[in-house]
Design a protein around this ligand. Structure first.
Ligand SMILES: Nc1nc2c(ncn2[C@@H]2O[C@H](COP(=O)(O)OP(=O)(O)OP(=O)(O)O)[C@@H](O)[C@H]2O)c(=O)[nH]1
Ligand SMILES: [Mg+2]
Length: 165
């Protein structure tokens, strides 16, 4: 099974993209709970889907975004074959985007990925992924944009990523 992880700040639109991918593959979505290694009572809700493509099983997974779930994100990312970094296009989320890029950049294992900037239908939004990824190893990842009701370009980028695995 090859796992692709959708990560990025809280409410950036990770689950929205997951749902669009699952729908495109007629796959169902399951809720799961990640557990903290230190304290099993600490859990974090996630969503996942699974489908077969070119005789490989592809799993797509995400967690609810807050940065305090670092360890649980770490465990999910550890087994990832690819990463979709979902950034929120709203200017007021610049800091949250930056924090997520720093968090991902601090991880050692390089995997292929792409960057999706969401919410470009909202008034205070702009497509500016370079602002966040320049100078990092994600600078060469393909970038695409997405807005409510149109996940098409995000879907194409994610499908291309899956095919490259
Ligand atoms: N206007 C607009 N709203 C969006 C867009 N993408 C997602 N949303 C909305 O933003 C909210 C959060 O979307 P989710 O997909 O749940 O975001 P998430 O990153 O999974 O959030 P967490 O799991 O809580 O971290 C929902 O109300 C979505 O409908 C978009 O491109 N434009
Ligand atoms: Mg979510």
């Amino acid at each position: 099974m090859k796992r692709l992880v959708l990560c990025g700040p809280s409410l950036a639109g990770k689950t929205t993209i997951l749902k669009a991918i699952a729908a495109a593959h007629s796959a169902s979505i399951e809720t799961f709970y990640a557990h903290s290694r230190d304290d099993d009572r600490l859990t974090c809700r996630g969503a996942r889907t699974e489908f077969t493509q070119s005789s490989s099983t592809i799993e797509i997974a995400t967690l609810v975004g807050p940065t305090q779930n670092n360890e649980m994100w770490g465990d999910l990312l550890d087994g990832a074959a690819a990463v979709v970094l979902v950034l929120d296009g709203q200017r007021e989320r610049d800091e949250a985007n930056q924090a997520w890029v720093a968090k991902l950049a601090s991880r050692e294992t390089p995997v292929p990925g792409c960057v999706v900037t969401t919410k470009l239908d909202l008034p205070n939004a702009a497509f500016a992924p370079a602002q966040f990824v320049s100078g990092t190893r994600f600078a060469r990842w393909p970038t695409t944009q997405s807005s409510a009701g149109n996940a098409t370009s995000a879907l194409l980028a994610v499908e291309a990523l899956i095919l490259s695995l």
